[in-house]
Design a binder for this molecule. Structure first.
Ligand SMILES: NC(=O)c1ccc[n+]([C@@H]2O[C@H](COP(=O)([O-])OP(=O)(O)OC[C@H]3O[C@@H](n4cnc5c(N)ncnc54)[C@H](OP(=O)(O)O)[C@@H]3O)[C@@H](O)[C@H]2O)c1
Length: 274
């Protein structure tokens, strides 16, 4: 497993995303993921599954100290005071004394970055989270957030896959020492897996198209990915990407699919992407 060093946070590059997983299925998948070798689990207050994620972690044989656990605060809760209360409520649901990484899930139109980042710093100062970061921030917002933060920020979790050009964000994150953690890293599967650049690389390496896409992510500096699967056999498949390397030609063929510039998570509350 590749471990990222993101301003002091040691983040396993391949994590398990849990959006849409709920109840016993979610708890069971988290437990299986941990026994399959995952050490990075991603959830959020908004996913309404923190109790289940906590159950999966606490019923696994892996000590909490060996797990990198991320959760996120929804933008309606990022004012000073609300943000701290939201993280405390997450900890209660997750049944854990701390998060490894607390993120602002999306920026807000009504709360300034300065105020939200100040509250996030308080979460870190109080030990509720070992590290702090953001999600869905634009390049300009990263510059503002870094300037407003007393503690270093460790990540921007953003949509990233071969159909979306995040090369500028990659540079912005590198400039400030943040990890770029990719959500929707598989572009939710389907058509992407039939692209010749991916399909051919899969044949060359004896890997599946999903493994090629995940390997493409983690070959970039300080970059990780948090694929979600509800299919037990795919847990191991998605993790088994550290025993081969894509060539420069393969990386650039896959990167050139960004021409489609297709964003999956774009809502009326999204910021103006830059
Ligand atoms: N910060 C944010 O705003 C934000 C937004 C979206 C997502 N996220 C995080 O990112 C995680 C991942 O994103 P996502 O779930 O939207 O998309 P994703 O991981 O790109 O795609 C998940 C889809 O791919 C399929 N899949 C997984 N592994 C596969 C494999 N080896 N072969 C074929 N298909 C495979 C899954 O099917 P099965 O489940 O049927 O196996 C599922 O339909 C989320 O769970 C969440 O933790 C964060």
């Amino acid at each position: 497993m590749k471990i990222l060093d993101a301003n002091g946070a040691n983040i396993p590059a391949l994590g398990f995303g849990t959006w849409t997983l709920k109840g016993n299925e979610c708890a069971g998948l988290v437990q299986h993921a941990l026994s399959a070798g995952y050490r990075h689990i991603d959830t959020a207050a908004m996913y309404d599954n923190e109790i289940d994620v906590g159950t999966g972690i606490n019923s696994s044989a892996i000590p909490r100290s060996e797990i990198f656990l991320t959760s996120k605060v929804w933008p309606t809760d990022i004012a000073d005071g609300d943000l701290q209360r939201s993280v405390e409520a997450s900890l209660k649901r997750l049944d854990t004394p701390y998060l490894d990484l607390a993120l602002i899930h999306w920026p807000s139109n009504s709360v300034s970055i300065r105020e939200a980042i100040g509250a996030l710093n308080d979460v870190k100062s109080r030990g509720l989270a070992k590290h702090i970061g953001v999600s869905n921030f634009t390049n300009a917002m990263i510059v503002e957030a870094v300037a407003a933060s007393k503690h270093p920020l460790s990540c921007n979790q953003v949509e990233n896959h071969p159909y979306l050009d995040q090369s500028v964000m990659r540079k912005t994150c590198a400039r400030y020492g943040l990890a770029l953690i990719a959500y929707c890293p598989l572009s939710r599967g389907g058509k992407l897996f039939e692209e010749p650049a991916i399909f051919n690389a899969a044949k060359n390496h004896g890997k599946t198209p999903a493994q090629i896409v995940l390997r493409w992510h983690v070959q970039f500096e300080n970059a990780g990915a948090i694929p979600k699967t509800a299919t037990l056999s795919r847990l191991g498949e998605n993790l088994d990407i550290f025993d081969f390397e894509l060539s420069e030609g393969e990386i650039s063929a896959i990167s050139s699919l960004t021409g489609a510039n297709r964003r999956i998570c774009d809502f009326d509350f999204s910021p103006d992407w830059d």
